[in-house]
Design a protein around this ligand. Sequence first.
Ligand code: PXP
Length: 241
Amino acid sequence: MKNKIRLGVNIDHVATLRNVRGENYPSPLQAAQIAEKNGADLITVHLREDRRHIQYKDVFLLKKYLKIPINLEMALTKPMINIALKLKPNFVCIVPEKRKEVTTEGGLNLNYKKDFLKESIELLQKKKIKVSLFIEPNTKSVKAASELKANNIEIHTGKFAKNYKKKLNNLEFNKIKSAAILAKTLGLGVHAGHGLTYESAKKITQIKEIVEFNIGHFIVSESVFFGIASVLKKFKKILNS
Ligand code: PXP
């Protein structure tokens, strides 16, 4: 029987919509609660250093009211590590962050601030927070994640998803597949995310090593037309059929 794939629902862009008018709606907490009731396995939020969408208070509200796990995406900085140690989410996913990017453009360079990264992973794990590293699908990054004793990797699917309809995209798919197989062999949990839609996520489900997807922009976008509940029901069905 096929393993059940977990769906992490990233609600950052509910906060984007709220912040753009400086109002207190739409509420990311309400979105997360509706997602929780309709099949989300976890809620993912990226607390960016520039606070462009999710705010400090949002993550603590989510922690207080949600029953499903929280996956906090964050940059590798001292202030962010301190927030994570205080919040104690179930999962942390360390991501690269650049001020001017529209979204997280690539995976982490695991050689950058390597000692601090190792120390941070240990600190988080001591508080029983599972740590994931957001990486590009290549051997070097997977091996480095394993050496750093991360619990999980999240494979950046951005390039694959952007070019999903193009024939040459088999190359990107194969890179993701090889990275996932190697990671699983090394004992890492394998997650995937960025830019995924119904169709591109479905294709990635062919890689059985990948057990979790984190999807945001597409879910929030579809929800404008169809509502969170119906979008999540459809997504779960697609991922697990
Ligand atoms: N996973 C990670 C680590 C991310 O940084 C993001 C974007 O915040 C996502 C998943 C979700 O990407 P998208 O919004 O394109 O679905």
